[in-house]
Design a binder for this molecule. Structure first.
Ligand code: PRP
Ligand code: MG
Length: 179
């Protein structure tokens, strides 16, 4: 709803020229520091998990951890981290994806999901869509089903949505705020 969107939007601050000149960084730390706004965000994400019948929440390192973990507790489902390479001790599956310069790799524990799990992926920002797309591919390769992706903030001008929707192939994408 509009009032929720307004509250969340007002707590995401613009930081010009970060991390480099010409880039307008969207800083979510004021939202996290505001108990009311963080609780509202957590409730919205937990509701989406319930609506989509999720049995697990995946958070994408690092900022997706901050949003995903409390939502998992609130929704009463387990939390599974998708991490940047080399951080998980158990048997993992990994997925490589392209960045503007070079490539990145994310990993998940294969044992993180059990038969029949439906996974809601949570992250803070949808930019080029590369990170979220790779996470969808990674989760499916474990045999789990992707129940959807939920994102706090979409940078619409980067057109990551197209790429992510193609990967989702009909699974829902929920975005709370678009700029
Ligand atoms: C940022 C952001 C998203 C991703 C979006 O993560 O938190 O995860 O980029 O970009 P994309 O749509 O182009 O893939 P980043 O890895 O920069 O930092 P973090 O570890 O602080 O989350
Ligand atoms: Mg991130």
């Amino acid at each position: 709803p509009a009032d929720v969107r307004e509250l969340l939007t007002s707590r995401i601050h613009d930081v010009p020229d970060y991390p480099k000149p010409g880039v307008l960084f969207k800083d979510i730390t004021p939202l996290l520091a505001d108990a009311k706004a963080f609780a509202v965000l957590t409730d919205v994400l937990a509701d989406l998990a319930e609506q989509h019948g999720a049995t697990k929440i995946v958070g994408l390192e690092a900022r997706g951890f901050i949003l995903g973990a409390p939502a998992a507790v609130r929704a009463g489902v387990g939390f599974v981290p998708v991490r940047k390479s080399g951080k998980l001790p158990g048997a993992t599956l990994s997925q490589t994806y392209d960045l503007e310069y070079g490539s990145a790799q994310i990993e998940v524990h294969s044992a993180g999901f059990t038969e029949g799990d439906r996974v809601l992926v949570i992250d803070d920002v949808l930019a080029t869509g590369g990170t979220a797309e790779a996470s969808v591919q990674l989760i499916r390769r474990t045999g789990a089903e992707v129940a959807g992706v939920a994102i706090l903030l979409e940078l619409g001008f980067l057109e990551g949505r197209k790429r992510l929707e193609r990967a989702l192939a009909g699974a829902p994408l929920d975005v709370l705020v678009t700029v």
